[in-house]
Design a binder for this molecule. Structure first.
Ligand SMILES: [Zn+2]
Ligand SMILES: [Zn+2]
Length: 316
């Protein structure tokens, strides 16, 4: 199973501003100061070494995660990251063959659907889409987003084939041998986490969820749902302090993600839905704190913690 992150921001796209770009340029120059950069090849090597050491950009696009199993091509959420995923899909299908795509939506807040009008495969007749959501009237919600008052191109002009499925509670979806389950998350208007099982591996996509003030029973249902996951992608928009302050805003923190992952025996935890006001340094600090917290509190347990960033591919 291969997981690729195309969008990792929450709320609204957050492209780098000049101040951030300048800061990064200075760091690259500092890193390169004592290195040989006389040829183009030298310079490329230095830039690659820097990028590997301290990834240059975490990414400004909103949520979109692609999962490929042996027999299913799945997309979780259609934030602005889906635009570039669209180009990638077309690049790999130059002969315009018929291609099936399964799109599962956590919910329909803007940051999880506003990339759809810019997703080119949706405009091509050789693409077959199946959309899944536990929310009612998904098709209408997507049509409304492209009403002429808000967007110039209606979904009527998107000539791909589209089918919509409203998920029932506890319903499991089977795509060949790949199985997808879902569970409701505490979030304004509700959000849903998904669990993918394929090839003996398991992946969880759990964004836009808050765990404050939930009963032990409810927390236990999440511990069960996340149990033994090989990778948990977890909404960690808030710092620990914000999580306490912003009760009922519907998001969580990396520290809570660590606690939940340890209880659920998760192997890898990727924190995501980074806040638009957080720069790359702030986000890295939140991740570093989570790693430290794990080391202090759960020395014996195994858990790898990392940042979800655009372009990152995780093979399970
Ligand atoms: Zn969101
Ligand atoms: Zn939301």
């Amino acid at each position: 199973m291969q997981v690729r992150f195309w969008g990792v921001r929450g709320s609204i796209p957050a492209p780098l501003n000049m101040k951030e770009i300048r800061k990064k340029m200075l760091r690259v120059l500092e890193f390169a100061a004592d290195k040989n950069i006389s040829s183009k090849q030298n310079r490329e090597e230095v830039v690659d070494a820097f990028a590997n050491e301290e990834c240059l950009v975490i990414g400004g696009n909103t949520t979109c995660v692609e999962v490929k199993t042996n027999d299913a091509h799945i997309i979780f959420d259609m934030g602005s990251g889906i635009r570039e995923l669209g180009y990638d899909i077309l690049e790999h299908n130059k002969k315009n063959e018929v291609h099936d795509l399964h799109i599962f939506l956590s919910h329909t807040h803007w940051d999880h659907i506003h990339g759809f009008p810019f997703f080119l495969p949706a405009y091509l007749p050789n693409y077959n889409f199946k959309f899944y959501s536990a929310h009612p009237e998904l098709q209408k919600r997507l049509n409304d987003q492209q009403d002429f008052r808000f967007f110039p191109v209606s979904t009527d002009y998107m000539s791909s084939k589209k089918e919509f499925f409203q998920l029932e509670r506890d319903e499991e979806i089977k795509i060949n041998s790949t199985v997808i389950k879902h569970i409701e998350l505490h979030h304004p208007g509700k959000s849903y986490a998904y669990r993918v099982e394929a090839e003996g591996k398991s992946f969880i996509f759990a964004t836009d969820g808050e765990y404050n003030n939930l009963s032990f029973d409810r927390i236990n249902t999440y511990i069960d749902f996340y149990q033994n996951a090989d990778l948990l992608v977890f909404d960690a928009q808030y710092s620990f302090d914000e999580e306490i302050e912003k009760i009922d805003w519907g998001h969580s923190s990396a520290l809570f993600g660590v606690d939940l992952s340890i209880k659920s025996r998760v192997k890898k935890l990727a924190i995501t839905h980074h806040g638009p006001e957080q720069n790359d340094d702030t986000i890295r600090k939140l991740c570093a704190n989570a790693i430290l917290y794990k080391k202090k509190n759960y020395k014996e347990q195994e858990l790898e913690i990392f940042l979800a960033r655009e372009g990152l591919i995780v093979t399970l």
